[in-house]
Design a protein around this ligand. Structure first.
Ligand SMILES: [Mg+2]
Length: 308
């Protein structure tokens, strides 16, 4: 059966380094947070960064939001005085992170205007967010970026574990924050939210497959445009599934000093997850379309989805 022109199409977007510069944002916030904790405790930033790696590894995310309270040297400094740990290092550290986010967590220049254009030109075409960030963290970021309203659905990995002190059994999260996590805050989002199992992480195809199934698109692959910044991961999985695949090349342009700092607190496996370190090579999956800026998505939609 013929599908109406403007219906039955789907746009799926990666988030980090596709709609905003994740690396520069996260490095700026981690530096601000750890400098603050270092100031309060006298523990050098290098040590705090180094101790962050195993926490991120254990929690399965470099964006684990309850990091400070899990750092051994910080817990030792407060001698398991959890209320003091929470009211000093965690509170001030979180504030420093959020203050840094106010300036560093911004969409790429043309993102808002372009998403508005897409919505005007193709109001029937849903835009879906598919990310390897924990669902809660992904929505926190999209909300701060002012982008949530453009999405029809958000697909992310499981929400972060709530940390509990081994000795005192106390919950190590500030009350108001804990409430938001326990209530699975949607940040006012009215669209569909799907939490994917851990093993649906990219470059596996299960996450995008779930998006396609939820939208009845499994047998309409040529009506799907999937865009991400990571050739090996995002483009690779799109090619394997057979959807149209766009490479956000602009998302691979990251300041070298930011990458250097990222390497100080990130396990190698997590870096591969969040940033494409390898340049394009003959072996890289070849995208159908390369985007030099986010606004190129309009041309991509016209060309591959509407063949005009
Ligand atoms: Mg990405």
């Amino acid at each position: 059966m013929e599908r109406p022109e403007n219906k039955g199409k789907l746009i799926v977007l990666d988030i980090d380094n596709t709609v905003f510069n994740w690396v520069e944002y996260y490095v700026a916030c981690m530096c601000a947070m750890m400098d603050k904790v270092s100031l309060l405790t006298g523990i050098p930033r290098d040590v705090l960064f180094e101790e962050s790696r195993p926490v991120f590894e254990r929690e399965g995310s470099i964006e684990y939001p309850f990091l400070i309270q899990e750092l051994p040297s910080v817990v030792a400094y407060y001698e398991h005085d959890i209320p003091r740990l929470m009211s000093e290092a965690v509170h001030a550290g979180r504030q420093a992170f959020n203050t840094a986010a106010e300036t560093s967590l911004k969409p790429y220049d043309d993102v808002i205007e372009t998403l508005q254009n897409v919505k005007t030109l193709y109001p029937e075409v849903p835009i879906i967010a598919l990310t390897d960030a924990p669902r809660y963290v992904a929505m926190w970021k999209l909300n701060k970026l002012g982008l949530l309203k453009y999405f029809s659905a958000v697909y992310g990995l499981p929400d972060p574990n709530i940390p509990i002190d081994e000795e005192t059994q106390e919950v190590k999260v500030e009350k108001e924050i804990l409430l938001k996590h326990l209530q699975k805050s949607k940040f006012g989002f009215v669209g569909r939210i799907r939490i994917l199992p851990e093993d649906y992480e990219k470059p596996g195809t299960k996450g995008l497959k779930t998006v396609l199934m939820d939208h009845d698109m499994e047998s309409h692959l040529s009506d799907v445009l999937w865009i991400g910044d990571n050739l090996r991961k995002d483009v690779g999985l799109g090619k394997r599934l057979g959807v149209h695949t766009g490479w956000a090349r602009y998302g691979t342009v990251i300041r070298a000093d930011a990458i250097d700092i990222l390497l100080q607190f990130s396990p190698r496996s997590n870096i591969a997850k969040n940033v494409a370190l390898d340049p394009m090579s003959a072996e890289s999956p070849q995208p159908d379309i390369t985007l030099e800026s986010f606004s190129d998505i309009i041309q991509a939609i016209n060309t591959v989805l509407f063949k005009s």
